[in-house]
Design a binder for this molecule. Structure first.
Ligand code: TRP
Length: 450
């Protein structure tokens, strides 16, 4: 995806499946594999999953369609797209770029942990079944000073190099093999996890809602998680949609992508939670859950070491295909709007994100006593501000921008290729985007402040 100016043809995805793969590549990432299981564990399991699904159906699909449509219509980056609908709305795109900036800063730290675990599985260091030792090992990594920063730097550098090379070619091609590969691997691992002795308690914990556990904190976390996992609310799908050709079936893409994304998140939950109960970990154990339970499962599998290496490698790929979309949004903005050279933009932005990530990484160790919003360390605060505030706010404003400023008639004309594509749920979508989305998000915000 090179910076092409107005008078040349804008680069497009190589094929229809290319777009779905790239967009699901952006959606499927650490948000599904690492964050979803521990957020569910922290928020009462089934209670969280139920609320997640309600928000997914009311807001997730709706906004996915809205973002892709707006992107293809304007053929512009997040800020440019808002500007085109109305000059006064450019700042909403700016809010999104800010959110992406914050997210990648801590996302890259987690990406670094994954690289470290690839190495740990190559050397056989995690070939252990003892929960205590595995917990200690994770704690030692993230609580360290230099080590996690080095891996965070490597992840950031990989992201920058791929974005510099352009997203179209390499990523689109490798996605075609690696995404299905990831899917097959998680299914196999989930089957192993779910057949562990005692696993049934974990499955019940994840899938049977305990209604008493639902409170406004759970709802806000689930809302943030839907946005984070689907890459919504910051103009990522606007940017990806802007490279879409005029004959794509947008309603279909906007249905398939969230379904793939949710499938992967659920499977990750069905890997982690059964293992949590089978091995006697804590469901509310926090960000280490994936990294502690996985090795314990691999230790119970024939060819476990091979599985570990392959799987962490695929997790890294999923993380990179998401991180590049975060960086791309910020780069596309700087390049399109400020007319800055692409190379300078990639390295400049990447470097500042790296520095913020350094502080985030240290906040899991030497700086853990410095707390911000509600006793959260810096790392969790970045996540909270971006995922639970900026993204839903971006989503709320997107609903208003598309539903009321741009107008649903125009949006639907674009989404259906001027009526050539049948979209039976159009009236429902209009209702959701104009009323349900903005009102529901506003209510969650107001309630969580009370
Ligand atoms: N969705 C990705 C994940 O689940 C993360 C991500 C990529 C993202 N692009 C985004 C999150 C844009 C929010 C907005 O890992």
């Amino acid at each position: 995806m090179d910076n092409l100016n107005q008078n040349t043809q804008r680069e497009q995805w190589g094929s229809k499946i290319g777009f779905i793969l790239a967009a699901s590549g952006s959606a499927v990432g650490l948000g599904n594999l690492w964050k979803f299981p521990y957020m569910a564990g922290r928020n009462g399991g089934g209670a969280f999953v139920l609320v997640y699904f309600i928000i997914l159906f009311l807001i997730g699909f709706t906004l996915m369609l809205a973002e892709i449509t707006l992107g293809r219509h304007t053929q512009l980056n997040a800020i440019g797209a808002y500007k085109k609908i109305s000059k006064k709305w450019a700042w909403v795109g700016g809010l999104g770029v800010l959110a992406g900036f914050i997210i990648l800063s801590f996302y890259s730290v987690v990406g670094g942990w994954v690289i470290n675990y690839i190495i740990k599985s190559l050397t056989g260091a995690i070939n252990i079944a003892d929960p205590e030792i595995l917990g200690g090992m994770f704690g030692a990594l993230v609580g360290g000073t230099v080590e996690p920063i080095v891996y965070h730097g490597i992840f950031m550098l990989m992201t920058m190099i791929i974005v510099l090379g352009g997203i179209g070619g390499g990523i689109e091609k490798s996605s075609k093999i690696l995404m299905p590969g990831l899917f097959i691997m998680i299914i196999i691992i989930a089957i192993r996890a779910m057949t562990l002795p005692g696993a049934i308690e974990g499955i019940k914990y994840l899938l049977i809602p305990n209604f008493e556990a639902i409170n406004i904190g759970v709802v806000l976390d689930a809302l943030g998680q839907v946005f984070f996992s689907l890459s919504l609310g910051m103009g990522c799908m606007i940017t990806y949609g802007s490279y879409l050709s005029k004959d794509t079936n947008i309603p279909e893409s906007a249905t398939v992508i969230p379904l793939i994304d949710t499938g992967v998140a659920l499977l990750a939950g069905l890997i982690v939670m059964p293992a949590v109960f089978a091995f006697g970990f804590e469901p509310g154990g926090g960000p280490g859950l994936l990294f502690i339970t996985l090795p314990a499962i691999f230790a119970q599998m024939p060819l476990g070491t091979v599985f570990a290496i392959l799987f962490f490698f695929l997790v890294l790929f999923a993380a990179l295909s998401s991180s590049i979309s975060l960086l791309e949004v910020c780069v596309a903005y700087v390049v399109d709007e400020w007319k800055i050279n692409r190379k300078v933009a990639v390295f400049g932005l990447g470097f500042v994100m790296f520095l913020i990530g350094v502080v985030a990484s240290l906040s899991n160790g030497p700086l853990s006593h410095v707390t911000f919003i509600g006793e959260r360390n810096f790392f969790d605060s970045l996540d909270f501000v971006a995922s639970n505030i900026l993204l839903p706010l971006g989503g709320l404003l997107l609903c208003i921008a598309v539903g009321w400023i741009w107008g649903t008639d125009e949006a639907l004309a674009e989404a259906t290729n001027d009526g050539k594509i049948e979209f039976k749920l159009a009236p429902l979508w209009i209702f959701l985007v104009k009323y349900v989305g903005p009102i529901a998000i506003a209510i969650v915000f107001i309630r969580s402040l009370m």
